[in-house]
Design a protein around this ligand. Sequence first.
Ligand code: LMR
Length: 400
Amino acid sequence: MLFEGLTTPSPDPILGMAARFNADPAPDKVDMGIGVYMDDHGRAPVLESVKQAEAKLLKDQSSKAYLSSAGHETYNHHIRALLLGTDHPAIDRARTIQTPGGTGALRVAADFLQALKGACRVWIPDPTWANHRGLFAGAGHSVSTYRYLDAETGGVAFEAMMADLAPLGPGDVVILHGCCQNPTGADLTPAQWAEVGELLRARGAVPLIDIAYQGFGQGLDEDAAGLRLLADTQPEMLIASSCSKNFALYRERVGALTLVSQSAESADKALGHLLPVVRANYSMPPDHGAAVVAQILGDPDLRALWIAELTQMRERLIGVRAALAGAMNQTGGRDYGFIARNRGMFVQLDLSPAQVDYLREHEHIHLSRSGRMNVAGLNRGNVARVGAAVGRLLRGAAHG
Ligand code: LMR
């Protein structure tokens, strides 16, 4: 029997939050759960640039015939340039395939590593995105962690990170968040990227950059500065990227896997080994979202509209981060300035699962039981209330 006697598994720590939020009848409930950008009215709308690109596609698209396992070639070309910059020296030794979301890119990367090298030692930050461990372990790799968050400052625990990475060996794979680290929002400085790059190179380890929030931190180019720096100095690297957030195309599943090799010839060969991994899994990615992104990035007017929309999202996030830090500072606990200094959608707080449950049950504030908040759920109407409630709880002035 396959299904008799199964136990009931716990819901996914991130995806499972939606059901609890939807079941909460409170009119002033606040959704700080899954990493979706919401506007000042708590909506996650389709971008205008996407609407216009979809209208063009509807009118002009002439075929739905199969593409290849690499997906939409024009999309791949634009994504490679968005990541590396058009004039980066590594662009000629980089190859990109379209994948079903950033998660798909990571899983294809994990399976690709397994196909090429067998089980690897994969290093993930602690804390990191809740799916990293399961994804790499599920592909048969062994997963080790390196410390990342300095709980005192809310910034990167760089010395601890480097100490934990000291045992790195040849062929080890190190996952680094490109920007807007999920869940801390704390990113490496350019000097720290360079230092990590030196260590990886000296040890023959391979960086795998997970960049799901390009444009949400400081800007499209600024957010890719770390990975561009590594592309300058590393012989080989992998980049898993996503258009879920910066194009708000979440459910369309649009991502990419980019490999950088030592030469154009070896990159082509590596691509040749990557495509069968895709073929044996899902054959080829769904086209629609990538066709939309290709339309936007290839049309100067649509591209400008998209950049304006992305800028607006970024600036709103920066604003709510500052407002939340201000509201929490007023509660008289610790200094929450790191919330304003860090970037992206997430803030990691030292909240226990019981305290998170308290916030949900008594304040109707929904966040991950790991203590991660998505600040995009905040707006002018609720940020003061949320900041006060969470600040009070952390100061020990409320139950939980
Ligand atoms: C998140 O971290 O909430 C997002 O990346 C969505 C997901 O797939 O987990």
